[in-house]
Design a protein around this ligand. Structure first.
Ligand code: ARG
Length: 384
C-alpha cells in the first residue's frame, strides 16, 4: 500500500528545499492609497499611479520570476505557481472599500509553513485582504493529498477605518524618532493583525517583528495558537526602522548559528541575547549596491532588498545578481552563491525571499536554542 505523502514540512529558512511556490505578476495593479498604506513615487514626486500595471512592466517581472523558477528547478526543487485572479476591480466588503487589489507576486507576505501547518495570515491592508485566494487551489491540493497537513486561517480583521491610526503617515521625522520605542505604527492594537512575512523561522523558535503590518494582538494570537503546539514565539523590534514591515530585509537566518543582519536596523537592546547566549553569530550585511535614491521608481521597499536572499540549502543561497559585495561575504562564510536578475520584481513588493513560499524543506523540528528557552523579562514582555 502506498504510504500517505508528507507534502507540507518546513521548519526553518535554510533546510534543503524540496517544494516552493514562486509568485506571478499577472494581473498586478499599483498598490492603492488606503489607511494602512501610502505609496509614494521615488525621485521627482508626482501622483502615484492607480489601476493595473502596464503590460510591459508585468512581462518584465514575469520573465525574472520565471528565471528564478528555472534556477530552482535546476537545483532539483519542485516549483509551483499561484493562480492569478482579477485584481483590478474596486472592492467592497461590509467594513471597508478599496480602489483595487494589488498583486500575487509575494506569497511570503500571506502564507507561511510552520512544520506541517500552513497558516494564512490575517493581512494588514485592504488591498491584500483577499490575496489568499490565489493560493487556495494549491492549499486544497496539499490538504487533499497530505493527511498530516494542518491548515489554519487566522482571524480576518475588519480593516475598517477605526483599525488604523491614519495620522501615522503625517508624523514628522522628529516624532518618529521620539516614538521609535513605542512600536505604535499605522495599525492600532484593537484587532489581531499580522502579515506572514514578519515571522522568521528557526525550528521550534519563531521570531516575529512588531511592525506596521504586525501588531501586538497579532503576536499574542500567534503565541496562543502556536505555543501549545511546541513552538516558542519571540517578539523582536528594530527601533531604527521607522516604517517596519516584513522581517526579511532586516534579520535573515542563513544556517544554524548564523543570521545576516541589517547594519542600519539593530535589534532592540537585549533582544540579541537569545542568539548570543546560544552561540549564534550575527553578521552585518554589506551596503547594497543601489542606494535608496536609485531604486526602481515605483518600488516602495528599501535598498535592503539586497539582503532578501533565498536559501536552497544550508550551503547554497540565491542572491540578486548585482549584489557583488554580498556575494563576496557569503562566499567567505562558506556558501555557494547562485545569482539571478531580479530588479524588475522590486516594484511588486520584494525580492527573492518575498516572492516565494517554501512548502517543503527536508528536516525536522530542531531546537537551535538548546540551552533553554529564557522568557523575556517581565518589563519587556508586558507590551505583548
Ligand atoms: N520593508 C522592507 C524594506 O523595505 C521590505 C520587505 C519586503 N519583504 C517582503 N516579504 N515583501 O526593507
Amino acid at each position: 500500500m502506498n504510504q500517505p505523502a508528507t507534502l507540507v514540512n518546513s521548519w526553518n529558512e535554510w533546510d534543503p528545499l524540496r517544494e516552493i511556490v514562486v509568485g506571478i505578476a499577472d494581473g498586478a495593479c499599483f498598490e492603492p492609497t488606503e489607511p494602512g498604506y501610502r505609496p509614494e513615487l521615488r525621485g521627482s514626486g508626482g501622483a502615484f499611479p492607480t489601476g493595473p500595471k502596464p503590460a510591459e512592466m508585468i512581462d518584465r517581472a514575469n520573465a525574472q520570476l520565471d528565471g528564478l523558477a528555472d534556477l530552482l528547478r535546476s537545483c532539483g526543487v519542485t516549483v509551483r505557481r499561484p493562480e492569478p485572479y482579477d485584481l483590478s476591480a474596486p472592492l467592497r466588503t461590509p467594513t471597508f472599500e478599496v480602489a483595487n487589489q494589488y498583486c500575487v507576486v509575494c506569497p511570503r507576505d500571506v502564507m507561511i509553513t510552520l512544520g506541517n501547518e500552513i497558516v494564512e495570515a490575517t493581512m494588514s491592508r485592504r488591498a491584500r485582504y483577499f490575496e489568499y485566494l490565489a493560493y487556495r487551489k494549491l492549499v486544497y491540493e496539499y490538504w487533499d493529498n497530505d493527511p498530516g497537513m494542518v491548515w489554519t486561517v487566522a482571524p480576518k480583521p475588519s480593516m475598517a477605518d477605526g483599525m488604523y491610526r491614519q495620522e501615522f503617515w503625517d508624523w514628522p521625522l522628529a516624532k518618529r524618532h521620539r516614538e521609535m520605542h513605542s512600536s505604535e505604527f499605522c495599525v492600532t492594537q484593537d484587532e489581531v493583525v499580522f502579515d506572514a512575512a514578519d515571522i522568521s523561522r528557526f525550528g521550534r523558535d519563531l521570531v516575529v517583528q512588531e511592525s506596521m503590518t504586525t501588531n501586538r494582538a497579532g503576536i499574542r494570537w500567534l503565541k496562543r495558537h502556536l505555543e501549545p503546539r511546541g513552538f516558542r514565539v519571540h517578539p523582536v523590534h528594530f527601533p531604527l526602522d521607522f516604517f517596519p514591515s516584513h522581517i526579511d530585509c532586516t534579520f535573515v537566518p542563513l544556517r544554524p548559528g548564523l543570521v545576516l543582519t541589517n547594519p542600519e536596523r539593530p535589534l532592540r537592546e537585549g533582544e540579541e541575547q537569545m542568539f548570543l547566549r546560544n552561540g549564534w553569530e550575527l553578521v552585518e550585511a554589506p551596503q547594497p549596491t543601489t542606494g535608496n535614491d536609485e531604486m526602481p521608481r515605483y518600488c516602495q521597499s528599501s535598498k535592503w532588498l539586497s539582503m532578501n536572499v533565498l536559501s536552497v540549502s544550508p550551503t547554497q543561497v540565491i542572491c540578486e545578481e548585482r549584489e557583488a559585495p554580498l556575494h563576496e561575504l557569503l562566499d567567505k562564510l562558506g556558501f555557494e552563491v547562485l545569482t539571478v536578475p531580479f530588479r524588475d520584481v522590486f516594484e511588486y513588493g520584494g525580492s527573492l525571499h518575498c516572492a516565494t513560499w517554501d512548502v517543503n524543506r527536508a528536516g525536522t523540528a530542531e531546537d537551535y536554542f538548546a540551552d533553554g528557552y529564557r522568557p523575556l523579562t517581565a518589563g519587556r514582555q508586558a507590551g505583548v
